[in-house]
Design a protein. Structure first.
Length: 482
């Protein structure tokens, strides 16, 4: 069987995104020359589209559909089926031909349009050939989320805020984000001064438009990679955004235990943080070393114990299924740690192989578990967490996921992270600060978005901050005044 890992596409733009999404769902990367499979798109008479599929040693295959969302979807579904069959897999996985990042966002829209969750479930099942198992998951999550979304539907001045620090101590093997290593950046003090200007401007927007902050999430990168004094100063500035805000969820992502000090922990307590993310990814030291993490499993256990003893924070933890050298025994060990610790939230990620990651060209890529093994791991974690009383409350998917699977966030009853719901379902305005972040303005009934992206490059963020803040102010004025 010919191994298919790359593709090239030439043809009309109308088919380009369809090809990209469905090839990515099959784990194929785009290249300009020497591709394993060539895809040639063309526009036919009557505004119809055709996609010619050329694979070495195979007869050419032509897929046709009209130039409508439904017609393009038909071509995409047929392409995905063909690719998976050529890879020796089932024609469609449990998600069928549904390739979007936010499947519950689609479910909520269908629910709105059709009037019931049952109708949404039936329509998505028929349209995308999604399995009953995944449809049940979507419906269960959507029912849990619905009360949170209805609050946003009635009040477009309730917002979530995001602030990101674009630095880490080391680069994880699987990471494709453009984060730099903090030890390599020479303008850190200038960056932090610029960031305070960003925060001050955000504070002005909150006052000007009488906005209520539902959730503030500080992510990255790794925010706790900053020095004790820099982290404390940044956190104090962030706290100013929550003056006169009642019952705001305040989360700090502190994924690496080796970056959390006593001083940072106490700074979070003083600032009124309500939730912290401690992300081990896995609890086997040999895998942690292989993927470039700078901590050991014992470090996670130690910091978890300290957080529970010294704070009232709710705790989120992330684990990844499909890491190099990971076995079912390792996943069961991860589950045992969860059972002993009982964090408030657990997110089970499926490894995503990205072209921009070190893993893409690493010899360790040969040690990745295959699709069936990863599926067994995620199913085991699901069943184990259910027995512990956890329920799924958000789900999202990414291109190039192992096994065409998903990431699922599980929560203990009453402990949902509201920010995670809102960032996935995109029904509440999100205002953001820091390089690489995005602001989105939206409201009922159609939730059409206005977007603004901060530059990913830190120097560009610093050097153009005045223009960026003026643009954010203008878009806020357009949304809340016009």
């Amino acid at each position: 069987m010919h191994k298919i890992e790359t593709y090239s596409y030439v043809g009309p733009l109308a088919l380009g995104s369809v090809v990209a999404h469905h090839c990515a769902a099959a784990g194929l990367f785009a290249v300009k020359g020497g591709a394993d499979i060539e895809l040639l798109g063309e526009t036919l008479g009557g505004d119809n589209l055709a996609l010619l599929v050329k694979l070495i040693g195979k007869n050419q295959l032509q897929l046709k559909g009209n130039n409508t969302p439904q017609g393009r979807q038909t071509i995409g579904k047929s392409l995905l089926k063909f690719l998976r069959q050529e890879q020796g897999l089932s024609p469609l996985g449990s998600w069928g031909s549904l390739v979007g990042v936010r499947p519950t966002k689609l479910f909520h829209k269908k629910w709105d349009d059709l009037g019931s969750s049952q109708a949404a479930r039936e329509t998505i099942g028929q349209q995308y050939e999604v399995s009953q198992e995944k449809l049940a998951l979507l419906e269960k999550i959507a029912i849990l989320q619905r009360p949170y979304l209805l609050i946003s539907q009635k009040n477009d001045r309730q917002v979530s805020l995001y602030g990101g620090i674009p630095f880490c101590q080391t680069r994880c093997l699987y990471c494709s984000f453009p984060y730099g290593l903090i030890g390599d950046y020479l303008r850190l003090s200038t960056f932090l001064q610029t960031y305070k200007q960003d925060i001050g401007h955000m504070q002005g927007l909150l006052r000007q438009y009488d906005l209520q902050v539902d959730a503030l999430y500080l992510g990255g990168g790794t925010p706790t990679v900053l020095s004790d004094s820099d982290f404390t100063d940044w956190l104090v500035a962030m706290k100013q955004l929550l003056i006169n805000q009642e019952s705001c969820e305040f989360t700090v992502e502190a994924g690496r235990p080796d970056s959390i000090t006593e001083a940072k922990l106490q700074a979070m307590v003083r600032a009124g943080v309500t939730r912290i993310s401690l992300n081990p990814q896995t609890m086997q030291d040999f895998i942690l070393r292989a993927i470039g993490r700078g901590h050991r499993a014992s470090d996670i256990l130690a910091i978890y114990k300290k957080v529970r003893k010294q704070t009232d924070f709710q705790i989120n933890m992330d684990f990844i299924a499909g890491l190099p050298g990971q076995s079912m025994a390792a996943m069961k060990e991860n589950a045992q740690h969860i059972g002993n610790l009982l964090p408030d939230n657990v997110t089970v990620h499926t490894l995503t192989l990205k072209k921009g990651s070190l893993l893409y060209t690493s010899p360790l890529r040969r040690d990745l578990p295959d699709e069936s093994e990863v599926q067994i791991m995620t199913t085991f974690m699901r069943d184990y967490l259910h027995k512990l009383g956890y329920v799924p409350y958000y789900v999202y998917r990414q291109q190039y996921m192992r096994g065409h699977l998903e990431n699922i966030g599980y929560t203990r009853p009453g402990a949902v992270c509201r920010y995670n719901i809102h960032i996935m379902e995109e029904r509440q305005p999100l205002l953001s600060m820091g390089p690489g972040s995005s602001s989105k303005w939206m409201r009922a009934p159609d939730y059409r978005q206005q977007k603004m992206y901060m530059p990913k490059d830190v120097d560009t963020y610093i050097d153009t901050i005045g223009t960026l803040l003026a643009k954010r102010a203008k878009q806020s004025q357009t949304f809340w005044e016009e």
